[in-house]
Design a protein around this ligand. Sequence first.
Ligand SMILES: [Zn+2]
Ligand SMILES: [Zn+2]
Length: 71
Amino acid sequence: MNCYECDEPTTAVAICQQCGVAVCREHVRLHAEEISDSVGPGPAQRASARRVTCPVCERAEHSKRPQGVSP
Ligand SMILES: [Zn+2]
Ligand SMILES: [Zn+2]
């Protein structure tokens, strides 16, 4: 599969988890997310999750307003 963002055919290395397009190493956007699981007694379990998106979805997420904030 080739990268959706590249003009020339470039081998894709990942799939955007938001829109599903394939992206190459140059266009892939990796997000490290810390997920704290506080289910049950004892200390919360911390796990690092990795999310993969394309540049377009990354931009869309950054332009999103925080929830609960109204103009
Ligand atoms: Zn690309
Ligand atoms: Zn995307």
